[in-house]
Design a protein around this ligand. Structure first.
Ligand SMILES: [Zn+2]
Ligand SMILES: [Zn+2]
Length: 295
């Protein structure tokens, strides 16, 4: 809750005029208690999860033949009802796990020092916080994901997420409620250790959900902005993990590739990639030779 009575009072306290975004935040949050504000976080997450997979759904159901070349499993075809079923299952798990967790964690948000008042964080502060959150999440997710691939972890929990050997955007958070609990820790760890503003906290979760939807989308588009992020895994990287299934001991990381590289859990993936590249190269040479011969 904002500690100022009015925009003018906030401007006086800060010694400058409020920016457009600060005025927007003031009008939105000034009269909302922090624990209610934290509950809005759930609504935003549901909104992001409901909207972001839609373009992938349209491409899958009504996309042109041209789009097939970006599809990671050209042979598979999902229906609208498949996707709706997945969406409904995720929302049920979300209501069962995320909502009680968020309600109970609301006092912790204040206690940890995640602030809601003005000023809003600068662009630099947001960037640095997001960077730290990504690194903490990626590392802790890596080890928890490895735990979920132990015999016990896979048999009782993680097999649900792997029901999709050819994943779709809506299946990004599709998991056993136990996994939703366990894998709910890594994204919370960064803001808990390095608390920032509530806006950064929401932005962080939104970006993380968008990233997970992209990596589960089943499509690898060359124009995706994520292609410019150094050490970014992407859809093909995580898709390999799903396509191999329960026996997969490769590509455990959620976002970047460095953990798998350091701990040697990307060898199978890299080996397959180099073989495919060689075969692809050979194919091009053969086609080239055939063209020359036919002339
Ligand atoms: Zn897995
Ligand atoms: Zn996955």
């Amino acid at each position: 809750m904002i500690s100022f009575e009015s925009v003018q009072q906030a401007a006086l306290a800060l010694g400058r005029d409020l920016t457009f975004l600060e005025k927007l935040w003031f009008n939105y949050s000034a009269n909302i208690p922090d624990y209610i504000l934290n509950c809005h976080h759930v609504l935003f997450l549901i909104l992001v999860y409901s909207i972001v997979p839609l373009p992938y759904m349209f491409v899958e159901l009504w996309g042109s033949k041209e789009m097939e070349k970006y599809k990671l499993h050209p042979g598979t075809k999902r229906t609208f009802w498949d996707m709706l079923k997945c969406y409904k299952n995720v929302i049920v798990t979300f209501v069962q796990v995320a909502i009680p967790l968020l309600v109970f964690s609301s006092p912790a948000i204040k206690w940890l020092g995640i602030r809601t008042s003005l000023p809003l964080p600068s662009g630099r502060e947001i960037f640095l916080h997001l960077l730290v959150y990504f690194l903490i999440e990626d590392y802790s997710h890596y080890w928890l994901h490895r735990f979920l691939h132990t015999k016990w972890g896979y048999q009782y929990i993680h097999h649900v997420h792997h029901e999709y050997s050819a994943p779709i955007g809506f299946a990004a958070p599709y998991a056993h409620w136990g996994e939703a609990l366990i894998q709910g820790i890594p994204p919370f760890l960064g803001p808990a250790l390095v608390p920032g503003h509530m806006v950064t906290y929401w932005l962080w979760y939104a970006i993380r959900v968008i990233e997970a939807i992209e990596t589960h989308s089943g499509y690898e588009f060359p124009w995706s902005p994520s292609k410019f992020i150094p050490f970014y895994g992407g859809a093909a990287y995580h898709d390999y993990h799903h396509s191999v299934g329960g026996q997969c001991h490769n590509n455990f990381a959620s976002v970047f590739t460095y953990c798998d590289y350091i701990y040697g859990t990307d060898k199978g993936y890299r080996c397959r990639k180099s073989i495919l590249n060689k075969v692809d190269g050979q194919l091009h040479i053969n086609i080239g030779n055939q063209t020359i011969k036919s002339e």
